[in-house]
Ligand binder design. Sequence first.
Ligand code: GLA
Length: 390
Amino acid sequence: MNKEELRSAFYGVFGKTEEPPVTVFSPGRVNLIGEHTDYNGGHVFPAALTIGTYFAARKRKDRLVRFFSGNFPENGVVCRSLDALSYDPEYGFSNYLMGMIFALQTVKGFEVTAGLDVYLWGNIPNASGLSSSASVELGMGKVLAALFDFPVDNGELALLGQYSENHYNGVNCGIMDQFAIAMGKKDHAIFLDTATLDYQYVPIRLNGMKIVISCTNKKRGLADSKYNERRLECETALAELQKVAKIGSLGELTVERFNALSDEIKDPVRMRRARHAVYENQRTVEAVKLLNAGDVAGFGQLMNASHVSLRDDYEVTGIELDTLAEASWEVPGVLGARMTGAGFGGCAVAIVRDEAVDGYIRHVGEKYRKTVGYEAAFYVVETGDGTYVF
Ligand code: GLA
């Protein structure tokens, strides 16, 4: 969507005035490796995408905050107020937007002094696990910063996005999604240490290869999934280990140290959860080394191992994601494939040689239809920049 199209969609809903609306793009993200490590003090390796959410927004003279989603025109204009800043399940996606007002005011003390008219439209597949919610949070944060001149950079907006998700929307997510979306850089992924927030941009040089996302089309909600349960299992395992070892997070453990200590975890399921967190973190560090050395095949092998660990130890895959990953591994020309995001539905990501992409989509699509009973969707994606005003 270009600026003119976005502005005219905005005018179509909210009417034209002399002052044009501010326009913002906020991407979706894909995580290449490092899953369920961000709330365990480990590493992640996500990239922002060129698909995302477009915003056009203008200040109002009163205290109403009005939203119109071009994706859900049937909902009409959703009307909220600056004087009612609390989560309301009746209002669906607008909670992510109101949550950013709440976060900016609560954490930074920045007062949103006027209401807003906000038009948004996105091309991230719905409920795909490509972080449409973090995309809209960051987009709204940028809109507010631009309209009210709040001195806040994208790194801070990422933390505010996570704060709003945790404290306004009640989802106990880590920092990965908001960080990737805020800080993304075209042709790069972000190697982020979630314990320190130190990060490096790693060039994604996939000469002759594509990143292909396959989407389960299974509906899921992070809040009502087993996400928070997994967090608790890891926290409990960490507390057991802390009785005998001086560690602050599972991310501090090497595989060897974990194996020496793991008998302290008194429940076998919890031991497997912690094992995933430790092994996946080490795998992510190793994978980035391989990629930096130009070894995409080695990187792909670790993507596959990541899926196996998420399937067997962390148990967040299910028949849909397993079918996508396992069918992917059967295709010559696939360097690696795994689920991405929280799991329990959502998407898988694969690195596929250019000439194999069509056959890949055919094979995995057929296998998915036969096994799961409905269609998967496929997207060849590109990495892009973090949230920006344009
Ligand atoms: C979701 C959360 C992230 C992260 C992933 C799993 O996307 O929002 O913080 O925990 O799941 O890696």
